[in-house]
Design a protein around this ligand. Sequence first.
Ligand SMILES: *[C@@H]1O[C@H](CO)[C@@H](O)[C@H](O)[C@H]1NC(C)=O
Length: 545
Amino acid sequence: MRRTSVSLPTKQVHHDPHEKRARYAYEKEPGILEKIQAAYMNQTQKARWLKTTAIVVFLVFLFYYLSPKGVDIYQGVSNSGGQVPSDSSYGTDRCTKSFSKDKPIVQYVLMIDAGSTGSRIHVYKFNNCGPTPELENEDFKMTEKSVGGLSKYKDDPLAAAKTLDDLMEVAMKGVPDKLKGCSPVAVKATAGLRMIGAEASQKILDAVRTHLEKDYPFPVVSKEENGVAIMDGSDEGVYAWITTNYLLGKIGGPDQSPTAAVFDLGGGSTQIVFEPTFKEAASGGMPEKLAEGDHKYDLAFGGRKFELYQHSHLGYGLMAARNSIHLNLLHDLYEKKKSKAFLKEPILNNPCINAGQSDMVTVKLGDDSPLGTGEIEVNMTGPATPAPAQCRAMAERILYKDAECKLAPCSFNGVHQPSLAKTFAKEDVYIFSYFFDRTKPLGMPDSFTLRELHDLTAAVCGGEDSWDVFSTVPGALDELRDRGEYCLDLNFMIGLLHTGYEMPIDREVRIAKKIKGNELGWCLGASLPLLSKNSGWTCKVTQTF
Ligand SMILES: *[C@@H]1O[C@H](CO)[C@@H](O)[C@H](O)[C@H]1NC(C)=O
């Protein structure tokens, strides 16, 4: 079981380098004046002068010590002496005062997503005009394609760290100078970095931390709080759940309505996170609460507690699933033909390729394939007569529905999961990433049932002859002609949702890429906890920035 605690948000702003510099200038003043008066004044004049100077200096000190620390950060406009500072860009135009006196009026968080193909920065600006921090703005940048991800610099950790400079530029420009020292930065790497081995990846992460700490004014989130680290699958899923429900206003605010489930389909793995309800437990034979285990995630967020079910199914991302399905087909053929010669010829009648289409497919052979090691490229050709059901069978085969289930009920591959039909019957279900990317371009609405997804799959697998339905959707036909594996992709999705997770066929799901203009995914959800006290960073005082 994992725990994350997020109490929104009471970070204290302690130090402001500018304030310090200003105070220093005042301290210097009397020294110079003393020298001047020594040359020109008699004793009495000198004594009177010293007295006046002392009082002035005392008042100046009093003024600086008594004014609330970081007053400009807290209120957007300075209340000292009632004057409005000429530079109010570090404030917000939503309000002139923080909702609570121990919350700064605006806070920035920098989140770097170090993916396998590239790194991205999100610079989030929040205001505390209300009881819940409001996401006001997001700046985003991703590394150039040619630069690639951190893992590409396996043998040169410093070069890896420097690939982030281009991204940090966004934060250097976007975050006002006064707030940089109190704007935390975290770097979260996804599974890609793990592939290069523990030692190499740790060296890169260490180099990244050192570079950010030494060369930038932002505080880096501590090691204990995994400030620069490879992220767990469970955290990734839960952060995505936080993002979604925060943007929907279901958590962190006054709304106490049931939370939404999130289903994320990535390339290597797929995540499911939801808050099951065990209302009718007493009558039936099922357990009354969520069983203990790694799948249980206790989350405290915005003053509420959530008991979440989460699981990250490794090897069930879309690209991983494609590979497993193709590999099974090749192994079946090898079994039948007892020779590898067939690999040189097109594989005809692959039911998972759109009818009448063919694709050059790269298949990773894995460790114990009778076909060899490494990768092979094969020409996969779809059937002349559409066979969507046969493809679905191939998709379901990799789910291992009949694997031993140690803690019932199980979804697939022996993994425990409370029944969606019983513990999550009516609440919203959000499916995103590849779920969105493969359905929206074909003209699917924001919300549809699994039966409609099933019908879509049949039409897609049918090939050109059944693609009339897509002729009015801009770009849809190009999308289909370009991707012979469309039939596989959709069959895997329906197989995963309906057969794997056992979601009823008439269950409605929602696809989304954004909510209220903000990207879904784990980044925002991972940033929100950093707004609260004791989240692994303190303001940084620097002289040089
Ligand atoms: C793949 O095989 C099909 C069927 O034989 C053929 O029509 C197609 O041109 C081949 N594709 C490539 C790229 O070789």
